[in-house]
Unconditional design. Structure first.
Length: 83
């Protein structure tokens, strides 16, 4: 059994019942797939925070088209830095 993204997010944000959280913690100790998924959730949060900060710093209007443009710029820069 593996935990889905919703359950891992519940674990991560401590919204999960303490007993379920304990079971999830034990599972994570032995499951690299679920640990990887949990790490991805944390990375997604970091990315969202960075996009929000970038939008504020660049004074980008809360227009969906502008937001998509900013996301594309961010992803393009991320691809260049990993090559």
């Amino acid at each position: 059994m593996h935990y889905n993204r919703y359950e891992l997010d519940q674990y991560r944000t401590r919204a999960m019942h303490w007993l379920q959280r304990l079971c999830c913690k034990l599972h994570l100790a032995h499951c690299p797939l679920c640990r990887e998924e949990l790490a991805q959730l944390e990375q997604d949060d970091w990315l969202i925070a960075e996009l929000r900060n970038s939008r504020r710093n660049l004074n980008v209007a809360p227009d969906p088209g502008e937001y998509r443009r900013l996301c594309a710029l961010f992803h393009a820069g991320k691809r260049k830095s990993t090559v």
